[in-house]
Design a protein around this ligand. Structure first.
Ligand code: NAP
Length: 286
C-alpha cells in the first residue's frame, strides 16, 4: 500500500463518527445492516447510512461529507471506478484493480481510496475452506468485470501459479491479461468447460445466477471433485452453479462471506474496532 491509514479513534474526533455507503440506486444495499450490527455489538457511538448520489454529484458529495462528520464511506455501483479520479491517495491494490470500494477521510480533508474486495474474497475462502490454498493449482475465473479484477489480483497475490479467465466480451479478459501479466491465460467463452480441466479454484465472477437473471450454465465434465468452487453472487446463497459443483463432490463457498469480510477493514479504520465476521453477522445481514 502507498500509505498507512490511522483509525478514527487515533484521530480523536469530537463527535460520533458517521460512515455510509454511496451508490445510485442504494436502497438494495445490505451494508447499513452489516455495519449497524457491528456498532450495536461493540456498543460504539456513530452511525452508518445509505447515501443516494447521482454520478454527476459524486465529487461534490465526497468533498462535503468530511465537513459533515463523516470519517469514511463505502462505494458501490456506479461509483467504484470514478472515485479513483477524485481521491487524493490511492492504495496500490485499488490502483491495480482500477476501482475503490472503501474511502477514508483524513482530518486534513484528503480522501484515501482503497479496495478491500480481494481481501474479502480470500478471507471468505479461508474461513469456510481452511484447507484451501490458492498456491496449490490453477485458478479459473469466469467474468472480467470490476469484481473479477479484484478476484484476479487477490488470487495472484495469494500465489495462484496460473490464472485462467474467460468472459462473454473477450476483450475485457484480454485487458486483464495485459495488466496482470504472464500467469493470466485467456480462454474463449465457448471453451469455458475446457478452462475447468485440472483447475484447483473455480470462481463465478459474473452476475449470472443472481435472482432475476438466468443461471450460469457451465459444462462441468472436466471439473475435478478436489476443486474449490465459489460464486460471488449471494442472492440466492446457493446458486445453480454452486449446487451443480456440490453434486460433483466439490467444496463450495457462497459469496455472502466476501461481502461481510470486505467490510471489516473499513469498519476498523472508521470506528476503531476490529470486527468479527461470525454467524450472528451472517444472520443479521440475511
Ligand atoms: P460488472 O463489472 O458489471 O461485471 C459483470 C460481469 O458479468 C461481466 O463479466 C459480464 O460480462 C458478466 N455478465 C453479465 N451478464 C452476462 C450474461 N448474460 N452472460 C455472460 N456474462 C454476463 O459487475 P461486478 O461488479 O464485476 O459484479 C459481478 C457480480 O459479482 C455481481 O453479481 C455482484 O453482485 C457480485 N459481487 C459480489 C461481491 C461480494 O461481496 N460477494 C462483491 C462484488 C461483486 P460482459 O463483460 O460480457 O458484460
Amino acid at each position: 500500500m502507498t500509505a498507512s491509514i490511522s483509525s478514527h479513534s487515533e484521530q480523536n474526533v469530537q463527535h460520533a463518527p458517521l460512515a455510509g455507503v454511496i451508490g445510485w440506486p442504494i436502497a438494495h444495499s445490505r451494508s447499513p445492516r452489516l455495519h449497524r450490527h457491528w456498532l450495536d455489538r461493540y456498543d460504539l457511538p456513530g452511525d452508518y447510512i445509505p447515501i443516494p448520489v447521482r454520478p454527476e454529484h459524486l465529487s461534490d458529495v465526497l468533498r462535503m461529507l468530511p465537513k459533515m462528520g463523516f470519517v469514511g464511506a463505502n462505494l458501490t455501483i456506479p461509483h467504484k471506478e470514478t472515485a479513483l479520479q477524485i481521491a487524493d491517495i490511492i492504495t496500490d491494490r485499488a490502483a491495480l484493480i482500477g476501482a475503490a470500494n472503501t474511502l477514508i477521510f483524513h482530518e486534513d480533508g484528503k480522501i484515501h481510496a482503497d479496495n478491500t474486495d480481494g481481501f474479502g474474497f480470500i478471507a471468505n475462502l479461508k474461513q469456510h475452506a481452511p484447507d484451501w490454498s490458492a498456491a496449490r493449482g490453477a485458478a479459473a475465473v469466469i467474468g472480467a468485470g470490476g469484481a473479477a479484477r479484484a478476484v484476479v489480483a487477490s488470487l495472484l497475490e495469494s500465489g495462484a501459479p496460473e490464472l485462467r479467465i474467460t468472459n462473454r466480451t473477450k476483450i475485457r479478459a484480454e485487458q486483464i491479461k495485459a495488466e496482470f501479466g504472464a500467469k493470466v491465460v485467456v480462454y474463449d467463452w465457448a471453451q469455458i468447460g475446457n478452462m475447468l480441466d485440472g483447475a484447483h479454484t473455480v470462481v463465478n465472477a459474473t452476475s449470472m445466477g443472481m435472482t432475476g437473471k438466468p443461471p450460469l450454465r457451465v459444462p462441468f465434465d472436466a471439473l475435478q471433485s478436489s476443486a474449490l468452487v465459489t460464486d460471488l453472487v449471494y442472492t440466492p446463497l446457493m446458486t445453480d452453479f454452486l449446487t451443480e459443483a456440490q453434486t460433483r463432490g466439490c467444496t463450495v463457498v457462497d459469496g455472502l462471506g466476501m461481502l461481510l469480510h470486505q467490510a471489516a477493514p473499513g469498519f476498523e479504520r472508521w470506528f476503531g474496532q476490529r470486527p468479527e465476521v461470525d454467524d450472528a453477522l451472517r444472520q443479521a445481514v440475511l
